[in-house]
Design a protein around this ligand. Structure first.
Ligand code: GLN
Length: 199
């Protein structure tokens, strides 16, 4: 089974560990560069992106994260994790950095101004069957994507799921729903990567 880490600096780490195990991955927390070196793929959870960014710098993880993502490690960011994977944030807080990896510009708390937290059915390209139940909590949306990024889902006219190569990002939190199809999509990406393919 693929070994998938969850970046465990802040945020809903435990829920992702449970969802990854349900999707047949061997899942464990990643807090140190040595732990990052051992995983086949990584989830960056929801939480607070400025806090995650500052802790990543403090723990000496920011550069190792950038290096592994640049080298093609499969990575999945949800909500704050999506923000961490954006090459550019529209409205960064001071000291806020990103890992990058997806040629997109995100707007933090974009849905939050109208409606702090809500659920909506989201049709995600690559996920068959019923729409995914999207849980949006002070969620970002993607303002725009570059040519190499593929839009996988939109909600209310805004981009909420994107993929670029081995990097996947959603505005919403599939780890909170008990529906593991997004985690299965990601573990399949990790499995394909281990076989030297891309999915
Ligand atoms: N609004 C948060 C941020 O800017 C993200 C919220 C979440 O991850 N649920 O990081």
């Amino acid at each position: 089974a693929p070994v998938i880490g969850v970046l465990a600096l802040q945020g809903d780490v435990r829920e992702h560990l449970v969802a990854l195990a349900a999707a047949d991955a061997v899942a464990g927390p990643v807090r140190r560069p040595e732990e990052l070196a051992e995983v086949d793929g990584l989830v960056i959870p929801g939480g607070e992106s400025t806090t995650i960014s500052k802790l990543a710098v403090l723990f000496g993880l920011m550069e190792p994260l950038r290096a592994r993502v640049r080298a093609g490690m499969p990575v999945y960011g949800t909500c704050a994790g999506m923000i961490m994977l954006a090459d550019k944030i529209l409205d960064p807080r001071s000291g806020q950095e990103t890992v990058g990896g997806i040629d997109m510009i995100v707007r933090r708390n974009a849905f939050g101004r109208q409606n702090e937290s809500f659920e909506a059915a989201v049709e995600v390209k690559g996920v068959s069957g019923e729409p995914v139940e999207g849980v949006f909590i002070r969620a970002p949306w993607v303002e725009s994507v570059g040519a190499s990024a593929e839009v996988l889902a939109e909600h209310g006219g805004h981009i909420v799921a994107v993929r670029q190569g081995n990097a996947l990002a959603t505005s919403f939190h599939p780890e909170l729903t008990g529906d593991h199809r997004m985690h299965r999509l990601f573990t399949d990406m990790v499995r394909a990567d281990r076989r030297g393919e891309s999915l």
